[in-house]
Design a protein around this ligand. Sequence first.
Ligand code: PLP
Length: 383
Amino acid sequence: MIYLDNAATTRVRPEVIRAMVGAMEEGFGNPSSQHGPGRAARALVDRARRQVSGLLGVAEDRVLFTSCGTEAINWVIEGVRRASPNGHIVTSTIEHHAVLHAVERAVEQGMTATYVSPDATGRIHPEAVREAIGKDTCLVSIMMANNEIGTLEPIEEIARVCRDSGVLLHVDAVQAAGHVPIRAQEWGVDMMSISGHKFGAPKGTGALYVREGVVLPPLIVGGGQEKNQRSGTENVPGIVGMGMAAELAMQELPDEMARIEGLRRRLIAGMSQVKGVTFNGNEVYHLPGVVSMTFRGIESESLLLLLDMQGFAVSSGSACSAGAGEPSHVLASIGLDSISARGTLRISIGRENTMEDIEALLAVLPGMAERLFALSPLVRGNQ
Ligand code: PLP
């Protein structure tokens, strides 16, 4: 199987598995215990916090571990709602459902929200964010990288707009962390959510950066772990795994970005030869490994299943919206009609992929697409 769905999730890295097994065998103590095994577990958690803060470019005592990206995002939005129950949130139409549904719930409970639209390449313009901010705005939540089309957002400029307006900025960096450089503190980001399973750590691991001076009420109360901010005995093996994955990603980042970008370019060059294929996203500002392409008139689910039978794992749109069977809100936001959205495939290249994988895909996908195009009643000339 050639796995090309790394934006949905990544395989856990062998180094991460080894670190986690070590943490389960040697670091089994409760990090809150005073004795030797407890102190050993605490030291593992502290080390992982340093590693994750390095990946985000933030002070290490400002990283809090959560159970996933979704928890970190919900914490921010619900935390802000509790502090400002009638406040206004600015977000975008292309956020992940973790943000959109949390904002919807906040609105049901009395907040108001404005949704900024991106341009046709998926870029959210800082000036559009500035215009959406009003006197009651208490939070801006914008993603760093889009999970369906890979577009990178101008976070540093958006952070400047938020600072000028005195509004908090939360960044969903779930797709960006481990794949592109992040300097959250230097950029002036107030809060940032990440998820371990997108960069080689196991599922069920996440973290939230909260800038010094920002007060976010805890959602999960109990034993007072994570400096009283997020109770629950720490998932020491998961935290250790995320720390190890963060350190490895940071060391490899410049080389891997260039290598994966090379694979992406080859894929786009190869698929550009197929008549009727178009590409979504931004040619300059994008994640190195995400390619979103539209086969207008074909059901991308058919391509996905044919590819699966040939041993390739890819996605139609994003895994979540594909699973729900609903047209993607991201593709609609960048102007695709439902026929184009239904014909969109996402191929996401990761650190395990090689040029041979891309060549193998290029040996089968163009022929498959041409056969389906020839059968499609939606393609001009076939009627
Ligand atoms: N935000 C984005 C942009 C994502 O792509 C995802 C997962 O696909 C999430 C949030 C949710 O992260 P998690 O799976 O850790 O809950």
